[in-house]
Design a binder for this molecule. Structure first.
Ligand SMILES: NC(=O)c1ccc[n+]([C@@H]2O[C@H](COP(=O)([O-])OP(=O)(O)OC[C@H]3O[C@@H](n4cnc5c(N)ncnc54)[C@H](O)[C@@H]3O)[C@@H](O)[C@H]2O)c1
Length: 324
């Protein structure tokens, strides 16, 4: 494996990390975070279907490849930890194309597990989703109750069973992360229906009316990407995470209307939203039981208003740079 810009001596002491989905929101933030610590050599893979090249941080080795392709295998040589984040993850896109959803999120994930097994990586840390709780009415929801309904949630559920089988039959170590609604800089604002934070911020900054799908009473547990990254680091350093699944949320939820008003207040805007019919495949409420993650000394540090300011600054800057 060619390692750009590092002497052999330096490389001996470095931890080699491979991130799939590195051009996306969470993957690019994770790469940035690891680069700050100097201990990591990072290889990133992304097919740029949702992510964008400019989000891939300088200082990593980047490959524009599809996780379903066997040509990714050589990149796993000498890798210590894999973060598997690439996915088709827009719920509405997944509802519209269940075949591609299964192909990327199940077959693609299995290909990443296989590549990790062949390369004897120490551990793979991979993304599940709070969407796997969408048919469950127990709130806050602990990790042991899973009721997936949408095609997206079912694809995540299926890849979970492949990870379990890789552990059982081949001893491939893994940690599963059930992210709730992650937000922060680089959250995608480009897709047709972006996640609520980006959707509201970009419209309000442009002086346009944002859309609320449904009544605005749906409640979501939001977690800042920097808090998520704190847990990513724990996954590499703490063996108690191996073979386990963790909810990553704040343990608090807010209605879409509350989020709308908080963002409007921060932006001093009095623009009213447009209400449209609800979207299919979305739960009414989610709320994480984060007891398991807290047992490892982790807890969310960033409150909603502070976190929202980082999202606003990011989108303001994108507008200033003429990117949107
Ligand atoms: N952001 C959230 O709130 C959230 C919540 C729950 C779960 N997740 C999961 O976390 C992971 C990361 O989410 P994100 O918000 O960063 O999403 P994102 O869409 O910003 O990033 C995913 C990246 O994967 C890439 N990708 C998609 N298909 C690919 C393929 N076939 N080959 C290679 N690359 C491919 C995309 O181009 C994109 O850059 C996903 O697995 C997602 O399902 C995210």
């Amino acid at each position: 494996m060619a390692k750009k810009g590092f002497s052999d001596e330096n490389l001996v002491n470095m931890i080699n990390v491979l991130i799939t989905g590195v051009a996306g929101f969470i993957g690019s933030n994770l790469a940035d975070r690891l680069l700050q610590e100097d201990d990591y050599y990072i290889i990133g893979i992304d097919n740029l279907s949702y992510g964008v090249r400019e989000q891939v941080p300088e200082g990593i080795e980047f490959y524009e490849l599809d996780i379903r392709d066997k040509s990714i295998y050589p990149l796993f040589k000498d890798i210590d930890y894999v973060f598997h984040l690439a996915a088709k993850n827009s719920i509405i896109d997944c509802q519209n194309d269940p075949v591609e959803t299964a192909d990327i999120n199940v077959t693609g994930s299995v290909n990443v597990f296989q590549a990790s097994l062949r390369a004897k990586v120490k551990k793979i840390i991979y993304a599940e989703s709070s969407a796997m709780y969408e048919g469950c009415d127990i709130l806050p929801t602990p990790e042991n109750i899973v009721v997936p309904e949408s095609f997206y949630a079912i694809s995540k559920y299926s890849s979970m069973y492949f990870a379990k089988a890789y552990a059982r039959y081949y001893n491939l170590k893994s940690t599963a992360l059930r992210y709730f609604c992650v937000y922060g800089p680089r959250q995608d604002y480009r897709r047709t229906i972006p996640p609520v934070f980006s959707a509201f911020i970009i419209k309000l900054l442009k002086g346009e009316q944002p859309i609320i799908y449904g009544t605005g009473d749906k409640r979501r547990d939001f977690i800042h990407v920097d808090d998520v990254n704190d847990f990513h680091i724990i996954c590499m350093n703490d063996d108690r995470t191996t073979g386990k699944v963790f909810n990553l949320g704040c343990g608090k939820n807010y209605s879409v209307k509350e989020i709308y008003h908080t963002i409007s207040d921060l932006l001093h805007s009095d623009i009213k939203p447009i209400f449209k019919p609800d979207l299919p495949g979305e739960a009414f409420a989610n709320l994480a039981d984060i007891t398991e993650a807290k047992k490892l000394g982790w807890e969310p540090k960033i409150d909603l208003t502070t976190g929202l300011r980082t999202s606003i600054n990011y989108i303001q800057n994108e507008i200033k740079l003429g990117k949107t």
